[in-house]
Design a protein around this ligand. Structure first.
Ligand SMILES: [Zn+2]
Length: 331
């Protein structure tokens, strides 16, 4: 779909063909000058032990089992479904409504963002994610939703423990991370996600629901102050939906597994239907959770995914997040 094409920075054929493929506007290209990989001063890590969890999927309503397994340095994060590998990489990300999906060789893994957010934020750089559907013939599987937050994943990672990873030769490997060298943004209508050069990682998110007064317009700025910041400030924040839109989503075949147990639901007329909220701005914080998960798809070979940058998002969703991730990917 072509809505508008507005190239505001250096034009090149790669960028123009990208623009023609999507309806997004953007500035800056994904050339190596936009981002550069630099040493993080930390070693690549992995899980200390396997851990298994299972639960119900939000959209399909089916049960699935996820086993997180240690992986060697350089392996990165990779799903394994029906004995096939699907790297958690932007290369395989597919636009899909209300979640982020990976697609490879006809196999599809949906709703990967909360799990990947927890792995990225906790520094699990290398991990095999073995996932099974309760229907063995399915070519599509969905990551369990739990309570709509990333808390269950953080708990599983902390239960397994985290170790420094070693490569095939038994050596440790320094983790590299992308630094944003110049502003880059993607936008659609009045929604945008931008990444600005910064000395440290910082995220600012805004949402605006004028038709739902209990949510309204919120902004929240956050940066990881210490190792437990994500677990405390972001991971417990649940996904949310507007009650009056639930029926439309059900008719579209979505949120078959949705209930008041796996999302916070807000009515335009009656306000929050399943209080209490875990934070006054839980909805805005959840957007940061999603953004970390989607930008984690930039990661390659056990290096960091979320860049060293100030990432600012307003009214953005998974499609814009992953579009920015494409611009931040090197090579
Ligand atoms: Zn989410």
């Amino acid at each position: 779909m072509i809505l508008s094409v507005a190239v505001k920075a250096k034009k090149n054929s790669t960028l123009i063909s990208l623009m023609l493929l999507s309806s997004f506007s953007s500035a800056a290209s994904s050339s190596s000058s936009t981002v550069s990989l630099k040493p993080s001063g930390r070693l690549q890590q992995t899980l200390a032990a396997p851990v298994e969890v299972n639960g119900k999927a939000l959209h399909s309503g089916k049960l699935s089992t996820v086993k997180l397994l240690p992986a060697i340095a350089g392996a990165g994060r990779c799903f394994e479904f029906r004995s096939r590998s699907i790297p958690a990489s932007i290369e395989f990300a597919q636009e899909s409504p209300l979640c982020t999906t990976l697609l490879k060789d006809g196999l599809r893994i949906r709703t990967v963002e909360h799990l990947l957010s927890a792995l990225e934020a906790k520094g699990v750089d290398n991990c095999k994610i073995r996932i099974e559907s309760d229907s063995p013939d399915d070519r599509e599987v969905e990551v369990p939703i739990f309570d709509g937050s990333a808390k269950e994943w953080v708990d599983a990672i902390e239960e397994a423990g985290i170790n420094v990873a070693q490569n095939h030769g038994g050596e440790t490997v320094e983790k590299m991370v992308a630094h944003v060298n110049k502003p880059v943004y993607v936008c659609k209508n009045d929604s945008f996600v931008a990444a600005f050069p910064a000395l440290e990682t910082r995220i600012t998110c805004g949402i605006d629901f004028p038709q739902v007064p209990a949510i309204g317009c919120q902004w929240f700025a956050w940066k990881p102050e210490h190792d437990s910041s994500y677990a405390k400030d972001i991971a417990p924040c649940r996904t949310f939906c507007v009650y009056e839109e639930v029926e439309k989503m059900r008719e579209a075949g979505l949120i078959k597994g949705g209930s008041l147990d796996n999302a916070i639901v807000c009515s335009a007329e009656h306000g929050w239907m399943n209080p209490p909220l875990r934070f006054d701005n839980e909805t805005c914080r959840h957007k940061i959770l999603d953004l970390i998960g989607d930008l984690s798809l930039v990661a390659q070979g056990g290096n960091g995914g979320f860049p060293v940058a100030h990432v600012v998002a307003f009214k953005a969703g998974h499609a814009l997040h992953t579009e920015l991730a494409r611009h931040l990917t090197i090579g």
